[in-house]
Design a protein around this ligand. Structure first.
Ligand code: SF4
Length: 240
C-alpha cells in the first residue's frame, strides 16, 4: 500500500485559512453571535497579526494498523481509546500527525501580556488556537483525499487528551510520529512545545465509518469529489 512510510513526511508552508468562527468560539461567542464594533476591530487587528505569525507545518505518517475492542495497534505501539471501535468501524491503516503553527505567535502573546495590552493578547491567543484547530481540520481533509485513490475511507480525527483518551498516550504517538521534524517537543508531563500544537490520528479502511462525515465534507476543498456528502461551504485552505 503506497501510503505507509517508515518515517513521517514533513509538510511545510501549508496554505492554511484560519476559520473566523473558530476565533470567536475561543472568545466565548456562541455560533452566529455577532461581536460589537470594538471587538470586531480587535478581531481584525489580531487576525492580521496572527496571519503574519503563524507557520503551519505537520509531521504526518501512515502505518498499517489493527483496531479491536478499542485497542489500536500500529508501528509497535498500542493505544486504548474508549469508544473508538464504534466510532471508526473496521480500519486497516492509521495516520498519525503532529501539527503546529510554530512558536512565534505565542511569543508575541507573551510580549503583549507583559506590555499590558490584554485585550489584544487574548484575541491573538484565540487566533492561534483557531489556527491550530483549522490546521487539524485541514489535515483531516488532506488525509481523506489521500485515502480515496487507494479505495480507503478515512475517519474523523481523534487526539490524546481529548474526551476519554488518556493524554499519556502522547508518548506512544510521538514514538510512531516524532515531532522533531516540525520543531515540537514533548516533556515528561506530556505537554507539547510550542503550545499551539495538536497531535491527531485518523483511521482508514475499505469499510471504515464515514457516515457521520458531513462536517468534514462541508469545508473540504476537493470540490469534484465523487464521495462528497454535502456541498462545500468554506474551506480551511487559502485557495480552496
Ligand atoms: S469531499 Fe468529503 S469525502 Fe471527498 S475528499 Fe473531501 S472530506 Fe473526503
Amino acid at each position: 500500500m503506497g501510503l505507509a512510510s517508515e518515517a513521517p513526511h514533513v509538510l511545510v508552508d501549508l496554505p492554511l485559512a484560519i476559520d473566523p468562527a473558530e476565533i470567536l468560539r475561543f472568545q466565548g461567542y456562541k455560533p452566529g453571535a455577532v461581536p460589537d464594533a470594538v471587538v470586531r476591530a480587535l478581531f481584525d487587528e489580531a487576525l492580521v497579526l496572527g496571519r503574519a505569525l503563524v507557520r503551519p507545518r505537520a509531521a504526518l505518517r501512515w502505518l498499517p494498523a489493527r483496531l479491536a475492542a478499542d485497542r489500536l495497534e500500529a508501528g509497535g505501539v498500542a493505544f486504548t481509546v474508549p469508544g473508538l471501535s464504534a466510532a471508526w468501524g473496521a480500519i486497516e491503516y492509521l495516520a498519525a500527525a503532529v501539527a503546529t503553527i510554530g512558536g512565534a505567535l505565542e511569543q508575541r502573546v507573551r510580549e503583549l501580556w507583559d506590555a499590558r495590552e490584554l485585550p489584544l493578547a487574548a484575541m491573538l491567543d484565540s487566533v492561534g488556537s483557531a489556527a491550530v484547530e483549522s490546521l487539524a481540520e485541514y489535515l483531516n481533509d488532506l488525509l481523506c483525499q489521500q485515502g480515496l485513490p487507494h479505495g480507503l475511507r478515512v475517519t474523523n480525527r481523534v487526539s490524546p487528551g481529548y474526551g476519554d483518551w488518556d493524554v499519556a498516550d502522547q508518548r506512544a504517538l510521538f514514538a510512531i510520529c516524532p515531532g522533531d521534524g516540525v520543531g515540537v517537543t514533548l516533556n515528561e508531563a506530556c505537554f507539547m512545545l510550542p503550545e499551539k500544537t495538536i497531535t491527531l490520528v485518523a483511521g482508514a479502511g475499505v469499510a471504515a465509518r464515514v457516515d457521520h462525515y458531513f462536517a468534514q465534507c462541508a469545508r473540504c476543498w476537493m470540490r469534484d469529489c465523487a464521495y462528497r456528502r454535502v456541498p462545500a461551504r468554506a474551506s480551511v485552505r487559502r485557495d480552496g
